[in-house]
Design a binder for this molecule. Sequence first.
Ligand SMILES: [Fe+2]
Length: 111
Amino acid sequence: MLSTTGFSTDSKFDYDSVICGALLHDIGKYVEVIPDQNGAPRYSPRAKLIRHPLGGAILAAEYGFPDKIVHIIATHSFEGEHSFQTAESQFVKKIDDLVFQTSVYGIPLTT
Ligand SMILES: [Fe+2]
């Protein structure tokens, strides 16, 4: 049997949650970063207290997303390093970290 994303549902690994969580993992950036008077992005005052993983998790929960998606959002950054991780949240966290390491830190990709 195939899931809505076309992956096999025979595995216990929840591909649909991974895709949904991956798409939404940075949704908290929309409350963490706000435009200044000139439209340039800047961190909101709230960002010092609530980083985007927590802000995004709160937002997702308020909009009724399942706890497994809220968990992926909440634990995708260093906030999740000492937290319980599902296989799906660990997968999204590792891919996000890989993208961060290669794009923000500029570690060259090997071809
Ligand atoms: Fe993030």
